[in-house]
Design a protein around this ligand. Structure first.
Ligand SMILES: Cc1ncc(COP(=O)(O)O)c(C=O)c1O
Length: 389
């Protein structure tokens, strides 16, 4: 019997928002933050274009993008940005795709089944592990996810990516951008959406292109049709307007205003270093708790691969492990449901395809004090789930 207290904690997190996306709004957010939104105006108006350009410029500045890199707002959230990159750029050479959880696997599956590329190697690992990063061949195009949101396994750094590479390096970094250092100069395409670390809204994706990615776009014609919302070029030339805020189709100016607010907050608190510090402080609280826990462990086996944003926990209690798959899923769900019913933690059940356990967001918009308040509740809910069994 694990040594967990069943006493019901008294203190609740002030904000029980621990979802892995959309994530908690920034501290102090209210709908008043959207008052200056450019609503009821054409997105091609001077005023709306200025808002779109402001969101791009703030992102460029906070992230420190290298000179010559383009950044644009595209439809379809992060998925739209990743698919746009895959459909526009792949096919010129062989592809290595690294997949170790649901999102990487879905990119691998789309490259194989939708684009039907045959010179494709999928370097896979099960939940909790990374594939052998050294096996990636950078003479080919390499597609990977920086932070696997559904397993809480991230690449530890960019040391495995050579500075000079013949293929393109295409990185879905949605749960990493604004929370981790990225080696921008080694990456040719980076995508994310505002609904992750910034606590923004869905709908739009961000895409960053290196000069080499632009060169590929201007010299390679994909062997398949491209829907209008994926088109980054016109008559063989990059659509430069897109990277000044002239979006392909109509964006939500409410979502853009919200992103400007989040970026403004990020800048006020000290930019990227402060966002990373907040994220790491959040992770440290959970790390300490896990180290002392008799029933929970990180799903990510290697410490250096543990995500500080999408923190995925597995249950190691012997009684839990003795259950069948259905029993384990029901047990983990009982914990998350009980915490939600108490108003203590929303949306901390794992992704639908991931092993049963808990997933707690530790990105910068979450207050460390709220995580500290949550942890005794995890022990309580676990004990309650045990009692209910
Ligand atoms: C790694 C990763 N890629 C892609 C997505 C899809 O993001 P979106 O819903 O913004 O398209 C997610 C969402 O959780 C994700 O975590």
């Amino acid at each position: 019997m694990p040594d967990v207290t069943a006493a019901k904690p008294k203190l609740k997190p002030l904000r029980p928002h621990f979802s892995s996306g959309p994530t908690a709004k920034r501290p102090g957010w209210s709908a008043a933050a959207l008052a200056a939104a450019c609503l009821g105006r054409s997105h091609r108006s001077k005023q709306a274009r200025a808002k779109l350009a402001q969101a791009l410029e703030l992102s460029r500045k906070i992230l420190g993008l290298p000179a010559g890199y383009r950044i644009g707002i595209v439809p379809g959230s992060d998925t739209g940005a990743v698919e746009m990159a895959l459909w526009s750029l792949l096919g010129a050479r062989g592809v290595d795709v690294l997949a170790w959880e649901a999102f990487g696997r879905s990119w691998a599956s789309d490259i194989a089944r939708q684009l039907k590329l045959t010179d494709l190697r999928t370097l896979e690992a099960p939940y909790g592990k990374l594939p052998d990063l050294k096996a990636a061949d950078f003479s080919r195009d390499v597609v990977f996810t920086w932070n696997g949101t559904t397993s809480g396994v991230r690449v530890p750094d960019g040391d495995w990516i050579p500075a000079a590479h013949d293929g393109l390096v295409i990185c879905d970094a949605t749960s990493a951008v604004f929370a981790m250092e990225l080696p921008w100069a080694k990456l040719d395409v980076v995508t994310w959406s505002w609904q992750k670390v910034l606590g923004g809204e869905g709908a739009h994706g961000l895409i960053v292109l290196s000069p080499r990615a632009v060169a590929r776009l201007e010299t390679h014609e994909p062997g398949w049709p491209l829907p209008k919302i994926f088109q980054l070029t016109s008559k063989g030339k990059l659509n430069e307007g897109l990277f000044r805020g002239e979006t392909i189709n109509t964006p939500s100016l409410l979502v853009v205003e919200d992103a400007i607010d989040a970026l403004g907050w990020a800048e006020r608190i000290g930019g990227l270093p402060a966002l990373i510090r907040r994220t790491m402080a959040n992770f440290a609280v959970i790390d300490r708790w896990v180290a002392a826990s008799s029933w929970a462990a990180f799903l990510a086996e290697e410490p250096a691969t543990r995500s500080p944003t999408s923190i995925c926990l597995k249950i190691t209690d012997a009684d839990f492990l003795a259950r069948d798959a259905e029993g384990r899923a029901a047990f983990a769900k009982a914990i998350a449901d009980r915490l939600e019913a108490e108003g203590v933690a929303f949306d901390i059940a794992p992704y639908r395809d991931a092993p049963p356990g808990l997933r707690i967001w530790g990105g910068a918009t979450v207050e460390t004090s709220d995580l500290e308040a949550l942890l005794p509740w995890l022990d309580w809910a676990f004990a309650e789930a045990r009692r209910g069994s």
